[in-house]
Design a protein around this ligand. Structure first.
Ligand SMILES: NC(=O)c1ccc[n+]([C@@H]2O[C@H](COP(=O)([O-])OP(=O)(O)OC[C@H]3O[C@@H](n4cnc5c(N)ncnc54)[C@H](O)[C@@H]3O)[C@@H](O)[C@H]2O)c1
Length: 357
C-alpha cells in the first residue's frame, strides 16, 4: 500500500457517465472502509449542467487544479441540450493537451466466450493493448478553410509528426510489452501512402527497439492491421500507432472485447496526473434508466489503480469483473437483465470477497 492517500479527481460528466462513476465510487468507498485503499477524492461538476448554468463547462483554473491530483476518473460527456460539442472538447482535449497525456492506452481482453464476436477464434485469443499517440498526428488542430462557403472551398487538415512525440510513445509501447508475457510490439502506420510520416515512425521504431532486445517487433500497414485484427487477433500483443489510426483501430478492438460496455482507456503521462475513462459516451438513449453497463468504468478504475502503483488491487478488481461477467450478472447490452446498480453491487461484493480470501 502507498504511504500517502491517493488523491483522485472524479469528473462524472453527463448522462450515464454519472451513473457508472457512482458505482465506481461506491466500490472505492467500500475498499477504503475495508482498509484496502488509502484514498481521497474530490468530485468536480464539469459538464453540461455547469455549461448551461454558467456558459463554461469548467472553471478557468480547472486544468491547473487537476495538477494537484494523482489521477482523474472521468465518466462521459455529451448532452442533447447542448448541440455544439465544443464544451466536451474543451474538457477532454483540454485535459490531454494541458496535462500532456500523450499515451492513450486501450487494453482489450475478451473475458468470456459469450462476448466473443468471432466464431473462428477463442475468447482467450483476444488479449491486446493499443498504445495510441494522443497529442499530434491529424488531431493536432493545424489547418484551415480556404475560401469558405464558395465553390472553391478548400480544407487543409495537417498531420504533424515529431520525432520527440513518436519516440516517447514508441518507448511507452515497448515498456508495456516488456511487462506482458508475449513481449511483442506491432507498429501500425500508413507509410505506403503517408511516406514522410511513415519514415519518422519506422526509423524511430527501429531505433527504440534496440533498447528492448527481449521484445519481438513487426510492422503492418493500417489496412492490413484492421483485417488481421479480425482474421487472427491472437497475433497481436501491443500495437503502437498514430492518433487517427489508433482511434479507428481501438474501436474495432473494443468490439472484439465485448463492446462499449467493457472498453476502458487511460490517457497517461507517466509519473504525472493522468486521466482514466470508459470509452463510451453519455448514451442519452439509455440515461436514467438503470441500463448502463458500469464494467467499462470499473475497468478504467483498474487502470487508474495501476497508475498509482496499486496493480495488486487492479488485478483483484479485474478478476472480480471476470467473475461477474461469467456469472451472467450483466446489463442488457451484454445480453443480461441486470441493472447498473446490480452489476455495481456484484463487482463490489466480489472484489471484497476476493480480497478477504
Ligand atoms: N468520452 C466521451 O465522453 C464520449 C465518447 C463518445 C461519445 N460521447 C458523446 O456521448 C453522446 C452520445 O454519443 P453516442 O450515442 O454516439 O455514443 P455512446 O457511446 O454514448 O452510445 C453508443 C451506443 O452504445 C450504447 N452504450 C454506450 N455505453 C454503454 C454502456 N456503458 N452500457 C450500455 N450501453 C451503452 C448506447 O446506449 C448507444 O446505443 C454524444 O454527445 C457524444 O458526443 C462522449
Amino acid at each position: 500500500m502507498t504511504a500517502r492517500p491517493v488523491r483522485m479527481a472524479v469528473v462524472p460528466g453527463d448522462g450515464i457517465g454519472r451513473e457508472v462513476v457512482a458505482e465506481v465510487i461506491r466500490l472505492a468507498e467500500a475498499l477504503r472502509s475495508a482498509g484496502s485503499l488509502l484514498a481521497s477524492w474530490d468530485e468536480l461538476d464539469w459538464g453540461a449542467d455547469r455549461f448551461l448554468a454558467t456558459g463554461r463547462a469548467l472553471p478557468p483554473d480547472g486544468f491547473q487544479r487537476l495538477r494537484a491530483f494523482d489521477a482523474i476518473l472521468a465518466g462521459a460527456f455529451g448532452d442533447p441540450r447542448v448541440p455544439d460539442a465544443e464544451y466536451m472538447r474543451e474538457i477532454l482535449f483540454g485535459m490531454r493537451v494541458e496535462l500532456d497525456l500523450y499515451i492513450n492506452l486501450r487494453p482489450v481482453r475478451c473475458i468470456d466466450e459469450r462476448l466473443n464476436p468471432l466464431k473462428h477464434v477463442r475468447a482467450s485469443d483476444i488479449d491486446l493493448v493499443i498504445v495510441r499517440e494522443n497529442t499530434e498526428g491529424l488531431y493536432c488542430g493545424a489547418g484551415g478553410l480556404v475560401r469558405p462557403n464558395s465553390v472553391h472551398e478548400m480544407a487543409l487538415q495537417e498531420m504533424v509528426v515529431t520525432r520527440r512525440c513518436v519516440e516517447r510513445i514508441v518507448r511507452a509501447a515497448f515498456e508495456v510489452a516488456s511487462t506482458r508475457p508475449r513481449r511483442k510490439v506491432t507498429l501500425v502506420d500508413k507509410g505506403n501512402a503517408l511516406r514522410f510520416a511513415g519514415e519518422v515512425w519506422q526509423n524511430t521504431f527501429r531505433q527504440v527497439a534496440v533498447e528492448f532486445p527481449e521484445v519481438m517487433t513487426e510492422h503492418l500497414y493500417a489496412d492490413v492491421a484492421a483485417m488481421e485484427m479480425v482474421r487472427d487477433p491472437a497475433r497481436f500483443d501491443v500495437i503502437v500507432t498514430e492518433n487517427l489510426l489508433g482511434d479507428l483501430l481501438s474501436d474495432l478492438a473494443a468490439m472484439l472485447g465485448g463492446g462499449l460496455g467493457l472498453a476502458a482507456s487511460g490517457n497517461i503521462n507517466p509519473g504525472q496526473v493522468s486521466m482514466f475513462e470508459p470509452v463510451h459516451g453519455s448514451a442519452p438513449d439509455i440515461a436514467g434508466r438503470g441500463r448502463a453497463c458500469p464494467l467499462a468504468a470499473f475497468g478504467a478504475f483498474a487502470l487508474l489503480l495501476r497508475h498509482v502503483h496499486r496493480g495488486d488491487l487492479a488485478g483483484v478488481l479485474e478478476a472480480a469483473i471476470g467473475d461477474v461477467v461469467r456469472a451472467g450478472t450483466v446489463t442488457p447490452d451484454l445480453g443480461g437483465t441486470s441493472t447498473t446498480a446490480e452489476v455495481g453491487t456484484a463487482v463490489r461484493e466480489r472484489t471484497l470477497e476476493r480480497l478477504a480470501a
